[in-house]
Design a protein around this ligand. Structure first.
Ligand code: ADP
Ligand code: ZN
Length: 781
């Protein structure tokens, strides 16, 4: 088995000073002639790392080029897909061991820079290159067409030979069609869409001698003209930031020249609603002008329809949108539009970091702090960090936008690894909401019955609804009650297979609701009987989820139109977009929801935001729990007062003095960052050290525990340089999931220490159990 060759390009690791080659030195790939494909080195799409050589049968030689997807025999009697890395005439290994390549699927799909990125990711995240490429290139991209490429019909305007003759009288449709052709011939389908016309109407135009219909070889379509758009006047902040950023796009920017601004990674730190998206749009407009392309990563397409719509409104069909709900045909079409350069702007979630944009000129990561950028299954990459690497490989600037920077990015910005650009205020008229913190401990001491909504929040809701304005109530837990507890023995009801606390959902399952495990989704009957543990009294319902908040709202405000948005609604009732549209259009007065409503909503009529329990996440034993609590409060609060009317945010909490809440309430990210960074420094946590998680799992607990202990003992005994702590092994916080016991260990180390630790584990891995490492893990649970 061959080694993975070195990463194609040498780039710095995000947040680290060293170059990849220093951390993962590896041999240069062998030089091979690229003329004739007699032999091909192939990386199979399997979890095992390795590159394998195959003989290319004569009929396949012409199509077998670096970057194509192929089918190869693998192991005994198995055929797997893979990608060709190199081709050549010399057999790199023992001729007798080489088998024939089975098939070539489609055309070249992996461009060199994407391959370089994939190699980087495979090395850094310790995944097989085949797994990375499989995740990067959708199957649809290489599906062979049943029939040859269709020939496109084009509609071309004819020039009238005698302009003095009166023009024929035209109906409105024909006129629109001719207007659509003002700039020259266009594909028929495109012209029809632009004019809102059908085929028959185009035929009549042809019969009248005003246009001709031609058949051309299908190729890249010329982009449609940009829609007309009234650009807002930039705020002084936006103007300043753009002047700096645009310099990075100018061709030929070399260090050392006077106006030099070489492409860099910039953290665009702008308060919520400060016009960051407008900055992206202006940058992209310049990128298109230069004949280049841009990738825009967004946390979740379904939750950011507004953002996507703004890109479409500005750049028309030069925008390709990738998301997980695309059907196969649509995905293949978008993929081709990107590859041919027809759609130079790509908007999509984390996997869009792999988009085959031919000449990349800019990478934008919107809401860079979002944890959805981290992929939680193999390959476990972080799309924001890969975006930074991709930008470097393409020598393109990278823009990380957020109102609440991740501490990693913030640290990089204040230490000079990234540039920092700021937008300090909202455009004309809008101001940041006033945030009022309610101490719920005090509230409950003063008011009987432990109400979910404080007096202040109720008063503000009354006032807001009275003025005909809208409100958002945020509770980051779905369900009716979040746990069920025996009042006598305090036993909490848990899932049998997952050891996870069960939530009671009144609106799901049979009438009367169901208890549901949020991990494996197993549903049980609603609570009612005695406690199973002590045969005692019926279980008590505790903790309020979104269903319960919705209920309380309906009771208190019977005339208000209350809606709810959480994963339950999306799975069982209607799509997120539909609920958001009802709210945006005024069919709902109040929207109750989980973090699904914390992101990107820009509705001017929302003037009140209530955070029902700001400390929900603070109790989690996770390094990033304070950071997440700060982000959530600041982001949710940012939904209020985006129009001309001022906004108010009420934050209910039992921990009013916690830095995450106190700082969010005063819009003071920097204060929060100072305190939290100092805390992380003392504890050797990111961004000062890297984390490495080792997870071992299997059906037999003893075996899992023993193997985890053996590997961790070896790690400790080795006392590796750069490894400052080895924690564990311990049962994972989710110790038993879907029938498997899970043990984990956590290492704090330098990047170099991480590499050494992985090498040690790989040399003597856990035996007879499943295991994996997670580099820069996000969810320690
Ligand atoms: P962010 O991305 O920082 O949350 P947006 O770009 O969504 O902010 O801008 C918030 C609102 O302000 C949007 O409705 C946007 O259209 C508007 N906006 C942005 N820039 C300007 C400007 N220069 N003048 C007027 N309105 C603007
Ligand atoms: Zn379960």
């Amino acid at each position: 088995m061959a080694q993975i060759p070195g990463t194609g390009a040498d780039v710095r690791i995000p947040g680290d000073n060293r170059r990849v080659s220093e951390l993962f030195p590896s041999p240069e790939p062998p030089a091979v002639a690229t003329t004739l494909a007699v032999y091909a080195s192939v990386v199979p799409e399997v979890p095992v790392p390795g590159i394998f050589s195959y003989r290319v049968p004569e009929p396949l030689r012409e199509r077998c080029r670096p970057g194509v997807r192929v089918e190869v025999p693998f192991g005994k009697g198995r055929t797997v897909r893979g990608f060709v890395l190199e081709v050549g005439t010399a057999c790199p290994v023992d001729e007798k061991k080489v088998r024939d390549l089975a098939n070539v699927l489609g055309e070249v799909v992996v461009a060199e820079d994407v391959l370089a990125l994939a190699r980087w990711a495979a090395t850094y995240y310790r995944a097989s290159l085949g797994d990375v490429l499989a995740a990067a290139i959708p199957q649809e991209a290489t599906k062979q067409r049943a029939r040859p490429a269709p020939q496109d019909e084009w509609l071309a305007p004819t020039t009238r030979d005698d302009p003095t003759r009166p023009a024929p009288r035209l109906g409105p449709v024909a006129r629109r069609l001719l207007e659509a052709l003002a700039a020259g011939p266009r594909p028929l389908a495109q012209a029809l869409e632009a004019a809102g016309a059908n085929r028959a109407q185009a035929k009549r135009l042809v019969e009248a001698g005003l246009a001709t219909l031609e058949v051309r070889e299908a190729g890249p379509l010329p982009p449609a003209p940009l829609p007309a758009f009234d650009l807002p006047t930039l705020t002084p902040d936006q103007e300043l930031v753009l002047r700096q950023l645009l310099k990075q796009l100018e061709p030929g920017q070399e260090p050392g020249t006077s106006l030099a601004s070489p492409p860099a990674t910039t953290l665009l730190f702008g308060v919520t609603g400060s016009g960051k998206t407008e900055v992206y749009l202006r940058m992209i407009a310049r990128v298109i002008e230069l004949g280049l392309g841009a990738i825009v990563l967004v946390p979740e397409i379904a939750l950011t329809p507004q953002t996507t719509a703004r890109f479409r409104a500005r750049f028309g069909d030069r925008v390709a949108v990738l998301h997980s709900q695309l059907g196969n045909a649509a995905r293949r079409r978008e993929w081709r539009r990107i590859q041919t350069g027809e759609a130079p702007v790509v908007v999509g979630p984390r996997s869009a970091v792999w988009a085959p944009v031919p000449k990349l000129g800019l990478v934008v990561v919107d809401e860079e702090h979002e944890t959805t950028y981290k992929q939680e299954s193999a390959p476990r990459y972080h799309a924001r960090d890969l975006a930074v690497v991709r930008g470097k490989l393409a020598k393109a600037p990278v823009l990380l936008g957020t109102a609440t920077p991740s501490l990693e990015s913030w640290h990089n910005a204040i230490t000079g690894r990234y540039r920092l650009a700021r937008l300090r205020s909202r455009p004309a008229g809008a101001s940041l909401p006033t945030i009022h913190v309610v101490d719920m401990g005090r509230e409950w001491a003063e008011v009987k019955g432990a109400p979910l909504l404080s007096r202040v929040l109720v008063r503000e809701l009354e006032a807001t609804l009275g003025r005909g304005e809208r409100a958002i109530l945020f509770q980051n837990r779905r369900g009716f009650t979040t746990f069920l507890e025996c009042p006598r023995c305090r036993t909490v009801l848990k899932c049998r297979q997952c050891d996870v606390t069960l939530t009671f959902h009144r609106a799901l399952g049979a009438p009367g609701g169901a208890t549901i495990c949020h991990f494996c989704d197993e549903r049980g009957p609603p609570p009612g009987g005695p406690c199973q543990a002590c045969d005692g009294p019926p279980l008590k319902q505790r903790g309020a989820g979104t269903e319960r908040i919705e209920d309380v709202m309906r009771e208190r405000f019977p005339t208000a139109r209350v809606g709810r948005l959480d994963t339950d609604v999306v799975r069982e009732q209607e799509p997120a977009e539909a609920v958001l549209t009802r709210f945006r259009e005024g069919a709902l007065d109040v929207l109750v929801g989980t973090q699904m409503i914390a992101k990107g909503l820009d509705i001017p009529e929302v003037t009140l935001v209530g955070v029902v329990a700001a400390d929900t996440g603070l109790a989690h034993p996770d390094v990033r729990s304070a950071e997440r609590a700060f982000q959530l409060v600041a982001q949710v609060a940012g939904r209020a007062g985006r129009g001309s009317r001022p906004g108010t945010t009420i934050v209910q909490t039992f921990l009013p003095d916690h830095i995450a809440i106190a700082a969010a309430a005063t819009h003071d990210f920097e204060r929060f960052a100072r305190v939290e960074l100092e805390h992380r420094r003392q504890l050797d946590y990111p961004p000062f050290r890297r984390l490495l998680k080792l997870l071992v799992r299997g059906p037999q607990e003893v075996k899992v525990r023993d193997e985890a202990a053996r590997v961790v003992d070896a790690l400790r005994a080795a006392n590796l340089e750069g490894v400052s702590a080895v924690l564990g092994p311990a049962p994972s916080p989710r110790a038993y999931l879907a029938g498997k016991f899970r043990w984990q260990a956590l290492l704090k180390a330098t990047a170099e220490g991480v590499r050494r630790a992985i090498a040690l584990v790989e040399a003597a891995p856990p035996r007879g159990v499943e295991w994996h490492v997670d580099v820069d893990p996000y969810h320690l649970l």
